[in-house]
Design a protein around this ligand. Structure first.
Ligand SMILES: N[C@@H](CCC(=O)N[C@@H](CS)C(=O)NCC(=O)O)C(=O)O
Length: 227
């Protein structure tokens, strides 16, 4: 038995991306199941899986149920202590746990105004002061961690902290939000990680757009990619 993970559309579901990146980069086998967020069958699909109203949800091999992304992350950290999912140094580990929790409960204005979209970017987006304040806090967190680790990820190798900040980094790219060179290098590291590339490639095969995430009359431009 492996883990079962219920996700939303890969182009759009930021919380699902976090859950996927809590397994795949650490070589933890997981079977994916799809529920179409904002689709007619969403509630029923989630309920049939055993979840509660939202994705992601995880069924563990021994029958446990996790219905929130931070619970999934903490479970992975507990169940796989030798996979480098969190820093081993106790001080860095505490910091990583703190910034994961901050991401999970915060960045409200960035999340509300800049929905994840891996299909395309938008030209001409004008961020509010509240969005810019969230961006500044993300960049502050990244600059501190990357300055210490030397990158490419927050604690050197990819950890759960990167899983949680991945959809923050992609929002900078989708909305052309101003970013420092350090943040851009981090966004490049995230979006060229093999687990992210697999996720996005699958997302690009999804045909249906989510109308409420459409930013018209802003112009669609290609989502930035890096080699
Ligand atoms: N706090 C939850 C949030 C999950 C969440 O809001 N998921 C969105 C998809 S990205 C969802 O299921 N939306 C559908 C809905 O609310 O009906 C978590 O961390 O897992």
């Amino acid at each position: 038995m492996t883990y079962s993970l219920l996700i939303g559309q890969k182009s759009y579901s930021s919380w699902s991306m976090r859950a996927w990146l809590s397994f795949a980069p650490f070589d933890i086998a997981v079977t994916l199941h799809m529920a179409e967020i904002y689709g007619d069958t969403f509630r029923d699909t989630v309920a049939t899986f055993g979840g509660h109203r939202t994705v992601p949800a995880v069924r563990t091999p021994d029958g446990g149920l996790l219905t929130d992304s931070i619970a999934i992350a903490w479970h992975v950290a507990e169940a796989f202590p030798d996979r480098g999912v969190l820093p081993t140094d106790p001080v860095l580990r505490a910091e990583a746990q703190s910034i994961i929790a901050e991401m999970h409960s915060g960045f409200v204005d960035l999340r509300a105004n800049c929905q994840v979209n891996l299909r395309n970017a938008w030209a001409g987006f004008q961020p509010s002061d509240a969005v810019l304040a969230d961006c500044a806090r993300a960049e502050e967190i990244w600059a501190k961690a990357l300055g210490r680790s030397g990158g490419p990820f927050l604690y050197g190798d990819f950890t759960l902290a990167d899983a949680f900040y991945a959809p923050v980094a992609t929002r900078f790219l989708t909305y052309g939000l101003p970013m420092t060179d350090v943040s851009l290098a981090y966004a490049k590291a995230i979006t060229t990680h093999p687990a992210f590339l697999d996720w996005r490639a699958d997302g690009l095969k999804e045909t249906k757009e989510i109308g409420r995430y459409d930013k018209a009359p802003l112009q669609r431009i290609p989502f930035p990619t890096f080699s």
